[in-house]
Every structure is written in structure tokens, then in C-alpha cells.
Design a protein around this ligand. Structure first.
Ligand code: FES
Length: 107
């Protein structure tokens, strides 16, 4: 297996309705994950980028959340419509998408 240049973790945490923390799954996390996989396939960059669903990344109130390594960049309030920008600018271009960066306090 080739080592990917970047690895994306997409929060897919689910919680019961009414849970005080909510969840990224309730905020479109599943659609975000599916959009990342679709973009990965469309660009045929399976050896450069890895996409992995994850459990809770921490800042549930700002979901959907996504983190990209090796930079350790956290994106918050991500929707499926943001995925193409993250792919183009960050995963391929190397420049994080400023408008989606999580607030400093998250880390
Ligand atoms: S449920 Fe996604 S960050 Fe907590």
C-alpha cells in the first residue's frame, strides 16, 4: 500500500436524537463523507489521498468536522458543497481552505 500524501478523517459519529452534544451525522457528516469518496474516485487519486470515517473529533457543536494530516488542519461546519474546495485547494494544492478552518480554541 503506498503511503498517502494526505489523510482525511471525516467525523461520522452518530448519537441518539436529543443528546446534548448532537453529532456530525445529524449535521450532514454522512453526505460529507460520501462527497469525499466521490471526489476521490472522480480524481482517481487513490494513492495520494486516503479518506477514513472516524468517531467524534471533539468540537461536536461545530460539525460537520474534518481533520487533515499530516498538517493537522481541522475544518468545521463542513458541508458536502465544501468538499470540492478542500480537495482542490488543500489535498491537491497544499493550501488549507481558510474559510473553513476551525477556531483556534478547538486545538
Ligand atoms: S460528533 Fe463530530 S466532532 Fe463530535
Amino acid at each position: 500500500m503506498p503511503k498517502p500524501q494526505r489523510h482525511v478523517f471525516v467525523c461520522s459519529q452518530q448519537r441518539p436524537n436529543g443528546h446534548p452534544r448532537g453529532s456530525c451525522a445529524q449535521k450532514g457528516g454522512t453526505e460529507v463523507l460520501q462527497s469525499f469518496w466521490a471526489e476521490l474516485q472522480r480524481r482517481n487519486c487513490f494513492e495520494q489521498v486516503a479518506i477514513t470515517y472516524s468517531g467524534c473529533l471533539g468540537p461536536c457543536d461545530q460539525g460537520s468536522n474534518v481533520v487533515v494530516y499530516p498538517e493537522g488542519v481541522m475544518y468545521s461546519n463542513v458541508t458536502k458543497d465544501d468538499v470540492a474546495d478542500i480537495f482542490e485547494q488543500h489535498l491537491i494544492g497544499g493550501t488549507p481552505v481558510q474559510r473553513l478552518l476551525a477556531v483556534e480554541a478547538v486545538w
